[in-house]
Design a protein around this ligand. Structure first.
Ligand SMILES: [Zn+2]
Length: 196
């Protein structure tokens, strides 16, 4: 497991469940867990979900709960990309996390011309945080975004993204750059081999 720097957090601007799934990165046989320590978990939430309420001191069980939910969501989204029906255990785990934080709608009419509705979550703050991610995931996989989920085409890259633009093939332009480099090296190697 590679040790990571907080500055390297992979935030792509994807929907929250996709960002969450992308915190476990596997490329070229290297696994990087961007939620590998309580400090990394706090850093990721500060960047990707700043309104989330985490306990002041994340206990081991809390950190495990965050990573367990992440693993479930990563498997489910991966199944959808690969056109498989997600495992019943994973769907049940997602539902259980969502149920720990009942959702209700809150109406805010402080702007006279435009009422604003937000989804709120009951339960304790940490349950509400995980419940929010679980609920967002349920909404994402049941909605139109499901069919737009893709895995990066970069060499060995497992990052997921929502293909909102029909030409997008990579999680990030640096992956596209790596892909082009790899195909350039392949071409030049082949060209070199033919000359011998
Ligand atoms: Zn990539």
């Amino acid at each position: 497991m590679t040790i990571v720097d907080v500055d390297e957090m992979p935030i792509l601007g994807e929907p929250l469940p996709v960002e969450f799934a992308n915190t476990l990165y596997v490329s070229d046989g290297t696994t990087i867990d961007f939620l590998g320590t309580p400090a990394l978990i706090k850093s990721w939430f500060a960047l990707a979900f700043p309104s989330a309420e985490l306990p002041g001191r994340l206990r081991r069980a809390d950190a495990d709960a965050v990573r367990d939910l992440r693993n479930v969501i990563q498997r489910i989204l991966g199944d959808l990309v690969d056109e498989r029906v997600p495992a019943a255990d994973d769907v049940a785990a997602l539902n259980n996390t969502a149920a720990r934080a009942p959702t209700f709608l809150r109406l805010d009419w402080s702007n006279p011309t435009e009422p604003n509705v937000t989804a709120q979550h009951g339960g304790d703050a940490f349950d509400a945080t995980l419940g929010h991610i679980a609920s967002e995931t349920i909404a994402l996989v049941a909605g139109r975004t499901r069919v737009l989920l893709r895995r990066c085409e970069g060499p060995g890259c497992t990052m997921l993204f929502v293909k909102a633009h029909h030409k997008r093939r990579w999680c990030h332009q640096s992956c596209g750059h790596r892909a082009r480099q790899a195909s350039y090296y392949r071409r030049t190697r082949l060209a070199g081999a033919r000359q011998v």
